[in-house]
Design a protein around this ligand. Structure first.
Ligand SMILES: Nc1nc2c([nH]c(=O)n2[C@H]2C[C@H](O)[C@@H](COP(=O)(O)OP(=O)(O)OP(=O)(O)O)O2)c(=O)[nH]1
Length: 279
């Protein structure tokens, strides 16, 4: 099996780079940057989720290549995909992110098996490795451009409040387009305010309870109006406290199997696979 590893430093937090990695336009941009005249089809959603397939069509050394991969992991700090179909028996792509001070270290690993035995290994050295290195460099440049742009956005905090194995969702009352859809408690971080303080304030305002932030979940999600959704996990300070819907139509504690069935706001839909892991 052949392995190629590359790294890059990006001037943005891990969760923001994690969002950029999941951008569905990235594969196509990478191919275009190479002049590979490729086409990469994904479903029309802003961010990839596990199960999504990406179909690539491009030419390598003059030969047409068709290759489809499937996303198997899309977390704040990692994106992985495996081969579904293509002209080689095995292909696995893993991108792992690690905090490096205020920046993020991105490590790409590509593992593949050549289709032609010893001859394939020669082709690997001559053609494939060079092509893969260019693809990965173009992709990292695309991730950097998106993530560094998003890092300057205003943050909306969402709160994944978990209690006795269930997650709290709240149902919006307005605007009309979003009425009846579900979201996490939260809102815009005010100037000078810490994100965790915003989580505590929003939960006090929206749920009338005190919460304690406990960590983070999922990658960021770009929103309209130059905002970025970032979800923090939290617990009730008083386990007997009962949240009430101060501004919302309804509240619901949902278990692992119910998370993906709710009609969430668009942005939250790409986080449900991460949220269900909390239950
Ligand atoms: N709180 C929260 N907001 C979300 C989620 N998903 C999502 O797209 N958003 C959007 C809805 C809003 O456009 C924005 C939140 O900003 P906000 O809380 O300050 O504004 P809002 O529209 O809810 O209401 P308001 O405070 O102006 O009355 O983020 C989510 O899960 N929780």
């Amino acid at each position: 099996m052949s392995v190629l590893r590359t790294t890059g430093l990006i001037d943005a937090p891990v969760a923001t780079v994690g969002a950029a990695l999941r951008d569905t336009r990235l594969a196509e941009r990478g191919l275009r940057a190479l002049g590979a005249h490729g086409h990469a089809a994904t479903r029309p959603s802003p961010l990839l989720v596990p199960g999504d397939e990406i179909a690539f069509r491009f030419r390598l050394a003059g030969l047409p290549v068709r290759l489809t991969t499937r996303v198997v992991r899309a977390d704040a700090d990692a994106l992985s995909s495996v081969l579904v179909s293509g002209p080689l028996p095995e292909l696995r792509h893993e991108t792992v992110l690690a905090e490096a001070g205020p920046r993020t270290l991105l490590t790409d690993s590509l593992h593949w098996t050549s289709p032609l035995g010893p001859l394939g290994r020669l082709v690997d050295v001559a053609v494939v490795r060079r092509f893969v290195l260019r693809v990965l460099a173009a992709r990292t440049a695309g991730v950097r451009e998106l993530a560094e742009g998003w890092a300057a956005r205003k943050v909306v905090v969402g709160t994944a409040l978990v209690h006795r194995g269930r997650l709290l969702a709240q149902q919006r009352r307005y605007p009309a387009a979003d009425a009846g859809r579900w979201e996490l408690p939260g809102g815009r971080v005010e100037p000078g305010e810490d994100e965790r303080d915003a989580v505590v304030r929003e939960c006090r305002e929206e749920l009338d309870v005190e919460v304690r932030p406990t960590g983070r979940v999922g990658s960021d999600v770009p929103l309209r109006d130059d905002m970025l959704l970032r979800v923090h996990t939290a617990e009730l300070v008083d386990p007997e406290a009962v949240p009430r819907p101060v501004e919302h139509r309804d509240l619901r504690w949902v278990g692992r199997e119910e998370v993906e069935g709710l009609e969430w706001l668009e942005a939250d839909k790409v986080l449900t696979h991460s949220l269900r892991e909390l239950c």
